[in-house]
Design a protein around this ligand. Structure first.
Ligand code: ZN
Length: 263
């Protein structure tokens, strides 16, 4: 089972300059090809990494911000074999799928109609598709319906915070995951509203009963330059092995161990 990253950046400036990429990441199990948060450049990164977009069978979009959704409709077009087959699933929130106030629906009704099923997921709700169970987790961010995700698989659970600031529910929502993908926009000492900084992640990990085996920091802002330093800082303060997402980072999860490589 693999987790493959097509980007590591987030926020407006990183999205504009594309230094770290904003293609989201994928989870590949025996039966599932799940794409999470396909922002700008997703299809280009997939071509570069030799990943076939047509294999995708679940699309997850965490919230209605463009660094998470711009390539979602193209992923649907791939998933449905160029809109010729009713195929695949979309799991997202109400803003992305229906629109809410100033947030317009990011995936057209036309695209939604070509999928086997479309699920609106609220925090605490779960849906089982193929060989994975997807559970929505709570966030506090611009989109009031934004969610994170806990993916339960035959090789343990993977957590994805989505965009959020530090809230107490994160502790319970991600306790016991084997790998936690944490959207850490800001470096240590730079706490801002709506996002996590390294210190928030350290607090979160420190409060967990069962800490993850591995943390991948993701959705890093343009000004987060010394990513290795941040990873070391988090490791030193939590004892949890921490790596930074990168285009082509692949984490393979086995029953009793994991491995890391770069495609
Ligand atoms: Zn956002």
């Amino acid at each position: 089972m693999d987790i493959i990253f097509l980007g590591a950046g987030g926020g407006r400036w990183e999205t504009i300059y594309q230094n770290k990429g904003t293609g989201g990441f994928r989870i590949h199990t025996e039966k599932t090809r799940l794409h999470i948060d396909p922002g700008p450049g997703t299809l280009v990164r997939m071509k570069d990494l030799n990943i076939n977009p047509l294999d995708t069978n679940i699309l997850f979009v965490s919230h209605d911000h463009p660094d998470h959704y711009t390539d979602a409709e193209i992923i649907v077009e791939a998933m449905t074999k160029g809109m010729t087959k009713k195929r695949g699933y979309i799991v997202s929130n109400i803003s992305v799928l229906e629109g809410f106030g100033k947030y317009e629906n990011a995936i057209s009704k036309y695209h939604q109609s070509m999928c086997e099923k479309v699920y609106i997921l609220n925090p605490g709700e779960s849906v089982s598709i193929y060989d994975v169970k997807l559970t929505g987790t709570k966030t506090k961010h611009g989109d009031p319906f934004g969610i994170g995700l806990r993916v339960s698989t035959y090789n343990g659970d993977i957590g994805y915070t989505g965009d959020t600031e530090k809230i107490d529910s994160l502790i319970q929502d991600f306790d016991g995951v084997r790998v936690l993908v944490a959207n850490v926009m800001k470096e240590k000492g730079k706490r801002i509203r709506g996002h996590l900084c390294s210190n928030d992640l350290i607090d979160l990990l420190g409060s967990m009963n069962k800490k993850p085996e591995l943390v991948v920091i993701n959705h890093m802002g343009l000004k987060m330059a010394n990513v290795i330093g941040e990873c070391r800082y988090i490791l030193e303060n939590t004892g949890v092995k921490t790596v930074a997402a990168k285009i082509g980072l692949k984490v393979s999860l086995y029953k009793d161990f994991y491995s890391i490589m770069y495609l």
